[in-house]
Design a protein around this ligand. Structure first.
Ligand code: ADP
Ligand code: MG
Length: 343
């Protein structure tokens, strides 16, 4: 048997990267989440060649103090939690301190940032060598820009799994759609190969929010949806559910957010399916954009590195609340509401 040895930090990061960095869209997800955690009012995403060549995310958030820059690219380095108590009621999208370390271990990463207290910005670069980052002065307004070039340049096996430019860009677009649905108060732009694909101003009123949902999910959806907003037993569920007549042949228009984080959850999926059961044919799928707000201490988001899964402390309560709210909303729909050019 060979002796036991400690992995080099670089290899450890590359292994961890396997969990969070699957494709360009996963990089976009992590960078946009960081921008949102930094309180950005505006996030600009730019990609080239579906993101395989370049991903650039720019925000006007808090920025990173220059003295923190060398740490930012290190694994397990985060400004978001410090203790187990923090973890148990985490309010930010990130907290694992892994994304930048993982990404910089499998791509060429450059981060430029400036805080309000700094006269000038600083830039840190790492090329598949997260532990030895170079820092230099730079020009940048308050906020942060992260550039990720040549994803998987040093891990050819993973690069081979990248699909066509179009497919990769579709994933990027879907990722930005989710983030933009999750944060109405933030403006977003998305550019691909120098062309603007999406441009969304911050949505402040109900009408603005409806417009944003319309431009992200289609006018047809919003014209055929009812808005709901119900609060009970410390839970709030709001958003838009499509009328049964606007059902789909695929489950491709279903967004469920828990405290601003888009999730896939069996308990939630079951509650929604049950609520639609009497009004939908078996092979049809409902369309919805829903937001559940719960006390962060009653939900565990540290289930999986990508944080797509959650665990509710009282699953039964959450399930019944979702079921009852949707069931009532669908029962309230008058028959003459049911025809608005549905497909
Ligand atoms: P996490 O988000 O889990 O903390 P990351 O590796 O994504 O870990 O980021 C590491 C740290 O770098 C963050 O905790 C944050 O302090 C800082 N950071 C990263 N991106 C930004 C950004 N766009 N604006 C401000 N700070 C950032
Ligand atoms: Mg992060």
């Amino acid at each position: 048997m060979p002796h036991i040895k400690l992995l080099s930090p670089r290899l450890a990061n590359q292994i961890a990267a396997g969990e969070v960095v699957e494709r360009p869209a996963s990089v976009v997800k992590e960078l946009v989440e960081n921008a949102l955690d930094a309180g950005a009012g505006r996030v600009d995403v730019e990609v080239e060649q579906g993101g395989a060549k370049l991903i650039r995310v720019r925000d006007d958030g808090s920025g990173i103090p220059e003295s923190d820059l060398p740490l930012a690219l290190n694994r397990h380095a985060t400004s978001k939690i410090l203790t187990l108590d923090d973890l148990e009621a985490v309010g930010t999208l990130g907290f694992r301190g892994e994304a930048l370390a993982s990404i910089s271990s499998v791509a060429r990463l450059a981060l430029t940032s400036r805080t309000v207290d700094q006269e000038a910005a600083a830039r840190v670069e790492a090329e598949g060598r997260d532990m030895d980052a170079r820092i230099s002065p730079a020009a940048h307004p308050v906020g942060t820009t992260v550039e990720v070039r040549d994803l998987f340049f040093n891990t050819p096996a993973r690069r081979k799994f990248l699909r066509t430019e179009k497919t990769e860009f579709n994933h990027v677009e879907e990722c930005v759609r989710r983030q933009a649905l999750g944060r109405f108060d933030t403006g977003f732009t998305l550019r691909h190969n120098q062309k603007t694909v999406q441009s969304l101003r911050p949505a402040e009123s109900d009408l603005d929010r409806e417009r944003r949902v319309g431009s992200l999910c289609g006018r047809q959806f919003i014209d055929n949806a009812v808005m709901i907003d119900t609060e009970a037993t410390g839970l709030r569920l709001w958003g838009w559910v499509a009328l049964p007549t606007f059902s789909r042949s695929q489950a491709d228009l279903q967004y469920f957010f828990v405290n601003g984080r888009v999730i896939r959850d069996r308990l939630v999926a079951h509650a929604v399916r049950q609520a639609y059961r009497d009004v939908l044919y078996n092979n049809r799928h409902p369309a919805f954009v829903l937001y559940l707000e719960v006390d962060p201490a009653t939900v565990d988001v540290n289930v999986h590195p990508t944080k797509h899964e959650v665990r509710f402390r009282d699953g039964r309560l959450v399930h019944d609340f979702i079921f009852r709210t949707l069931h009532r909303a669908l029962a309230d729909v008058r028959p003459d509401d049911q025809f608005r050019g549905a497909v």
